[in-house]
Design a protein around this ligand. Structure first.
Ligand SMILES: [Zn+2]
Ligand SMILES: [Zn+2]
Length: 116
């Protein structure tokens, strides 16, 4: 689970709880199991594009609350999706770190006069 403070705030918000409940009401069967001709009750809602794939709060909010970015899943399928995404997320974290480094360079090393 994420420790990003924006993520934690959003995942605990009433807005997210309502959206999540709405999604589970509309799609009560796990979407992965369903595509494999199994009927399993969905208990969890997954973000297809990870909320933390963008580095800023505005973008995270768009991904968090976009109904089309949601997938109803059973616990087993949810765990499996995140297990498989792990190798990708390591690359995503690296890319984010590179961008953060570039911003730091732009801000503090290329425009010294603005920081005086
Ligand atoms: Zn499932
Ligand atoms: Zn998920």
């Amino acid at each position: 689970m994420s420790r990003n403070p924006h993520y934690i705030k959003m995942i605990n918000s009433a807005r997210w709880k309502q959206l999540r409940a709405k999604k589970l009401r509309s799609n009560p069967v796990c979407e992965v199991c369903e595509s494999n001709n199994r009927s399993t009750i969905a208990t969890e809602v997954h973000h297809i594009v990870p909320v933390e794939s963008v580095p800023h709060e505005f973008g995270m909010r768009q991904l968090m609350f976009n109904y089309n970015n949601l997938q109803s899943l059973c616990h087993a399928c949810h765990v499996e999706i995140h297990r498989r995404a792990f190798s990708h997320s390591k690359e995503a974290v690296q890319a984010n770190n590179e961008r953060a480094t570039q911003r730091f360079v732009d801000k503090f090393l290329k425009e010294p006069s603005e920081n005086e």
